[in-house]
Design a binder for this molecule. Sequence first.
Ligand code: CP
Length: 333
Amino acid sequence: MAGEEETMKTDLKGRDYITTAEWTDEELEQALELSSDLKKMFRQGIPHRILPDKTVFLLFFDKSTRTRNSFEAGITQLGGHAHYIAAETSQIAHGESPKDTGVILSSYGHGIAIRHDLVPGEGNAYMREVARWATVPVLNMQCDVDHPFQTLADLMTIREEFGRNLRGLKIAVSWAYAPSYAKPMSVPQGLIMLMTRFGMHVTLAHPPEFRLMEEPLRMARENAERSGGRFEVVDSMDAAFEGAHVVYPKSWGIESLFGKPEEALAIAARYKDWICDSRRMALARKEAVYMHCLPADRGYEVTDEVMDGPQSRVYPEAENRLHTCKAIMALTM
Ligand code: CP
């Protein structure tokens, strides 16, 4: 259970990791414990080849820096090997089915990781269909609903900062303006679903057009009730930042407009003042930390002063992507 000292060990071999919601608190604790152990070993140069000769397939429908490289480096450090598959250069582009992809890749290796995050209603369903036929674990490298490797790394980072018991700590998950592209909704959705489980007071802030999907909102409300945390939605970044221990401002798109990115970006441009700057950081607690899954649109979502400042934890947060993805692969593959 979150907040208790002992973690009961479960055999997680063969388990999918598609959303954090499908793993119990104890199972997530087990993953976090192993992440910390692997981080220590990595830093001390202690070999930890616990997946010798195992292969993970990394199937990408979207771009990536952190996810691809943390998986590729991670599986190598565990003694295995990754195959990078760009969906558009595979037979998926000619219509090969998720069933055939899942069955065949299962016969070649030991895990299938998938990123399919840019079309609401598609990515999560696609990976569940692969998982239905695969005989190896399916790992979600980001879908339209959740980004469970990111949020696990975020939870690890917040605990490193504030300790294991997060009850009563306030996190502001806020929309921020970005002109680069309509970013997926899965990070804020994953955050509100996960952090409410651990007793945090989660305040979600966004302009009215940027509402998140219904199911993650429902789960966040239920989780907060169960854990003794809190969940509220406001329409002001300032209000969300007030008294926060953690601020996590980032951009996302509009659920109904992912097929029309210009329209979504035009609406977003009405809210250019939704930026994380030093004035807003001063609304949070003195010890507050700034987090972002990255990539961030510097000068739009966040000022350089904040991103490169003493309260920023974006680089340790990105580093923890390596340790958490290794832990999940080691437990499941
Ligand atoms: N945070 C994250 O998932 O980064 P990439 O898109 O670079 O993988």
